[in-house]
Write a protein that binds this ligand. Sequence first.
Ligand code: GDP
Ligand code: MG
Length: 440
Amino acid sequence: LSDRLGGILDRLKKRGALSEADVGEAMREVRRALIEADVALDVVRSFTDKVRTRAVGAEVVKSVTPGQMVVKIVHDELIAMLGSDAKPIDLEAAPPVPVLMVGLQGSGKTTSTAKIAKRLKDRVGRKVLMASLDTRRPAAMEQLATLGKQVGVETLPIVAGQSAVQIARRAMEAARLGGFDVVMLDTAGRVTLDEALMAEVAEVKAATGPHEVLLVADSLTGQDAVNTAKAFDERVGLTGIVLTRADGDGRGGAALSMRAVTGKPIKLIGTGEKMDALEDFDPRRVAGRILGMGDVVSLVEKAVENIDAEKAMAAAERMRKGNFDLDDLRMQLDQMEKLGGLGGLMGMLPGIGKLKNQMANANLDDKVIRRQKAVIDSMTKKERRNPKLLDASRRKRIAAGSGTKVEDVNKLMKMHRQMADMMKAMGASAGGKRGGPMAG
Ligand code: GDP
Ligand code: MG
């Protein structure tokens, strides 16, 4: 694919807005890439339609070719569709918080249950209780108990002769008495979907009121996994998806289809049989994998780089003139998050060392950056362009809209003020020099 797409993209050398013909030709190759990646057909269709609408007429920024611009748009849309907003497992409820694991037999439910329990224990220090509701296969209960010992997480003592709902109730009671934070409920699976399974899962759900209902699905089963996800979501209601065997799936299409069909976020991916083979879902990586035939990925990376550089240059220019607005700050925060610190844009300004230290001292970790971005995202376009508009009542609205406090909004505004002032001062001292390593 890469050669075909690359070839077409190279021919799209002219400047200006993307034409329907440019986009149409590139889109046929993108369509083929998606199908090769095992993305469901109707998802392919809706995706290419969406990209075509966005791409036709899009302005090609200066330092990239029109072809790179199309690839960049495809890449961005893929990430958006995969869910760049994916949240980790949500445990914000009164303990013990039940988490229900559902799915077909052999999808990796029991394994994933233990992996997640281990992660919650190790990373966020939760006290977790696991319980197997698989009443048909005593070996399944033993399997969970063995994994529990292995990862150092308690499992509910096995009592013969109880129904799934009875075990679930007993698990919740034991967790309450034992002061557990989280109860992971590993349900039984079947080889295929059937009503008895659905009814049992629905009953357990009703009895325990789980905060998360996670479907565990095998990414290697492609379209079947998508149908399973749809059925479980309709019958039981899902809050998220855990995609297993990503280690054996080089294509990543199942992720896109499942997300598109159910609208439910993919929260985690299983990448092996070991207990630490569990990763946060990374839409960027999957988007890369879907487009990842040959050098399309490097083409994307190059395009993204160029476009970022283009934006950065424009922002640097505005800064030099003293017009550093909140959109610029937003972009800067993005880059900080991406680069894990200060870089990019900042590096382009002369005499930046002092500001860098100051910002490093301000403890700008990922959480803070995300909060600041949320604050900016709750502003209107006008407000971002002209921060002076932000009076007390607007700040209150923004705080409410972004789930932060007015204090957070004030802090951000103060930071913006300081950065803008400093940049203005530096811009003046740098005079007309075309500073920065990337200029020219
Ligand atoms: P369950 O029937 O849904 O509970 O499935 P299990 O958790 O028992 O898993 C079935 C098999 O799949 C086991 O041999 C697991 O080790 C294996 N497995 C689970 N998740 C993964 C994964 O992400 N990658 C690989 N390679 N194997 C996995
Ligand atoms: Mg199992």
